[in-house]
Design a protein around this ligand. Structure first.
Ligand code: FUL
Length: 484
C-alpha cells in the first residue's frame, strides 16, 4: 500500500472543502408565509376526485330535506373498487367522499344517529360505505378524504348550539378514528336560506381534527390549510395567490368570494385554493344529466391547475352504486388529452440563460435547472437585481417545432413570489399574467414557432425562483374539434 504524508491528507481535505463550497451557494432565504409539508404534498396532486353519493342519489335531489326514509337507500350493486377506476382514470391520488350531506343521512353506521346506512335495506343494515370506500381507495394507493356537512337538516339538536356542536364533534371523532389515515377533511359552508342560525364551533373542531390526524389538510372557505376558490365552475382568478389573511375570512360569508378567488399578496397565511366542480351539471347523480366534454374539462384544467390550484373533480355514482361507464370513459379521455399535451416538452434540449444566477456559476441555482424535470432544483435570480430586471431565456433546439402552451412553475416551498410576468417568443409578447405559483399554464390563441422564448418577471416579492419551464403543443388550439 502507498503511504501518504500528513501534508498530502491536509491538502486533499482542503481541496474537498473548496469543491463543496464552490458547488453550492447558500440558498435564497424563504419569503413568508411558506407551505407546510402536507400542503406541498396536496398541491402536487393537481387533480383529485370528489364522490357525491347518498340519499339524494335515490331521491333525484341536490339538497335533501332530512325527512327522507332510510328505506330508500339501497345501492344493490355498490362496488367502491369500480369508483376507484374513475379516480385512477382521472389520475387522481386522493378521493373524497360525502360521508354526510346536508340531509344528515350517514354513509357509515354512526353511533350518534339512527339516520344512517344501519337503518337501510342495503346489506341488511350491516353495510358501511365509508369503510368500503376507504379500503378500495387504499388498495389502489389512493389517499382518502371525507366530507361531513356541518348543516344537518335531519338532526333534532340542530339549532341548539351546545348540543349540536357536541353531536357534530362526536361524528367527526368517529370518522377520524375508525377509518385510518385521512388526508383531507371538507367543511362545507352551505346553509340554505332560512336555515336555523347556528354558531359552529369551528375552532374546537379544527383543533380536534389536528389532534386526531396530524398530517391532514382541513378545507373550508376559511382554511386553515386549503381554501375554497370562491366558485363551483372550476375557475381560479388571475392573480391567484396561495397567501391570504385568514383573519379576514369567515366560513359561509358570501361577500368574500372575490377575495377567495385571488388570495392576497400581502397575506400572512399560506392557504392555497381548491377548485371544486362536477363532471355533470349536478353534484349528485341524475338520470338525465350527462358528463362535460373533454374540451370543457380541459378548459377547467387550464383555469384551475394552470392557475396555481388543485382541481377537485366530482363524479357521482348512480342508484346501483356504480359510476357510469360513460363518465369513467370521459375521465380516461380527459387524462389522455392531458398526457398528449404535456408528455412532450418542446423545451427539452434548450440552452437556458438568465439575467443573473444566485451564487454565480456553479452556485447550484443555474438557469438550466428549469429544464431538469426535478421539482427540487430551481433557477434563482441574484437578489441584488432590481425589481423588473429578472428574466430567463431558452434558446430552443435547432429543429423548430410549434408550441401553443407555456408552462411556468415556481419553487413554492420557499414562498410564492411572482406578481407579474410576460412571455416573449423571439421578442414578441405572446402571453402575460400575474401570479405563477406551483403551476401557470398559458394556452396561446395561435401556435408559435420561435428560436428563443423569454420570460420576464416584471414584479415579484423577493428574488424569483423558477423550478420549471415547459413548452407544449395542444392540438385543440389549431383544430378546435380535436378534444370533443
Ligand atoms: C356545496 C353544497 O351545497 C353542494 O351540495 C355540494 O356538496 C358542494 C360541493 O358544496 O356547498
Amino acid at each position: 500500500m502507498v503511504r501518504r504524508s500528513a501534508w498530502f491528507w491536509i491538502m486533499a481535505f482542503l481541496h474537498l472543502c473548496h469543491l463543496s463550497l464552490s458547488n453550492s451557494a447558500t440558498p435564497p432565504p424563504p419569503v413568508l408565509p411558506v407551505p407546510s409539508a402536507s400542503q406541498l404534498h396536496w398541491q402536487r396532486r393537481e387533480v383529485i376526485m370528489f364522490f357525491h353519493f347518498g340519499m339524494n342519489t335515490f331521491t333525484d335531489a341536490e339538497w335533501g330535506t332530512g325527512a327522507e326514509s332510510p328505506s330508500l337507500f339501497n345501492p344493490t350493486g355498490l362496488n367502491a373498487n369500480q369508483w376507484m377506476d374513475a379516480a385512477e382514470a382521472a389520475g387522481a391520488s386522493l378521493a373524497i367522499l360525502t360521508a354526510k350531506h346536508h340531509d344528515g343521512f350517514c354513509l357509515w353506521p354512526s353511533q350518534y344517529t339512527d339516520h344512517s346506512v344501519a337503518k337501510s335495506p342495503w346489506k341488511g343494515g350491516k353495510g358501511d360505505v365509508v369503510g368500503e370506500f376507504a379500503n378500495a381507495a387504499r388498495s389502489r394507493g389512493i389517499d382518502v378524504g371525507l366530507y361531513l356537512s356541518p348543516w344537518d337538516r335531519h338532526e333534532k339538536t340542530y339549532g341548539r348550539e351546545k348540543e349540536y356542536n357536541e353531536f357534530y364533534m362526536a361524528q367527526l371523532h368517529e370518522l377520524l378514528t375508525k377509518y385510518g389515515s385521512i388526508s383531507e377533511i371538507w367543511f362545507d359552508g352551505a346553509k340554505g336560506e332560512g336555515a336555523t342560525e347556528m354558531n359552529y364551533h369551528f375552532r374546537d373542531w379544527f383543533e380536534m381534527v389536528k389532534q386526531l390526524q396530524s398530517s391532514i389538510n382541513i378545507f373550508s372557505n376559511a382554511g386553515p390549510d386549503i381554501r375554497w376558490v370562491g366558485d363551483e365552475s372550476g375557475s381560479a382568478g388571475d392573480p391567484c395567490w396561495s397567501t391570504i389573511n385568514r383573519s379576514l375570512l369567515r366560513i359561509g360569508d358570501a361577500s368574500l368570494l372575490s377575495y377567495l378567488k385571488t388570495g392576497d399578496p400581502q397575506g400572512a397565511d399560506w392557504v392555497p385554493a381548491e377548485c371544486d366542480v362536477s363532471i355533470r351539471p349536478g353534484w349528485f347523480w341524475h338520470k338525465n344529466e350527462t358528463a362535460k366534454s373533454v374540451s370543457q374539462l380541459l378548459e377547467i384544467y387550464y383555469n384551475s391547475v394552470g392557475r396555481n390550484c388543485v382541481l377537485l373533480l366530482n363524479v357521482p355514482p348512480n342508484t346501483t352504486g356504480l359510476v357510469s361507464g360513460d363518465d369513467t370513459q370521459r375521465l380516461k379521455d380527459f387524462r389522455a388529452a392531458i398526457s398528449r399535451i404535456f408528455s412532450n416538452d418542446l423545451a427539452t434540449g434548450s440552452a437556458a440563460t438568465a439575467s443573473s444566477e444566485w451564487g454565480g456559476p456553479g452556485g447550484g441555482f443555474a438557469a438550466a435547472n428549469v429544464l431538469d424535470s426535478d421539482d427540487q432544483t430551481f433557477w434563482a435570480a441574484d437578489g441584488s437585481d432590481q425589481q423588473g430586471a429578472h428574466w430567463i431565456e431558452l434558446a430552443l433546439p435547432a429543429a423548430k417545432k410549434s408550441f401553443n402552451v407555456v408552462r411556468i412553475q415556481e419553487a413554492i416551498a420557499l414562498g410564492q413570489r411572482i406578481m407579474e410576468h410576460e412571455v416573449y417568443a423571439d421578442d414578441v409578447l405572446v402571453a402575460q399574467g400575474m401570479t405563477v405559483g406551483h403551476k401557470r399554464l398559458h394556452r396561446l390563441t395561435t401556435s408559435v414557432t420561435a428560436a428563443r422564448v423569454k420570460i420576464r418577471i416584471t414584479k415579484s416579492r423577493g428574488t424569483p425562483l423558477l423550478s420549471a419551464i415547459g413548452l407544449h403543443y395542444d392540438p385543440s388550439v389549431d383544430g378546435p374539434g380535436e378534444f370533443n
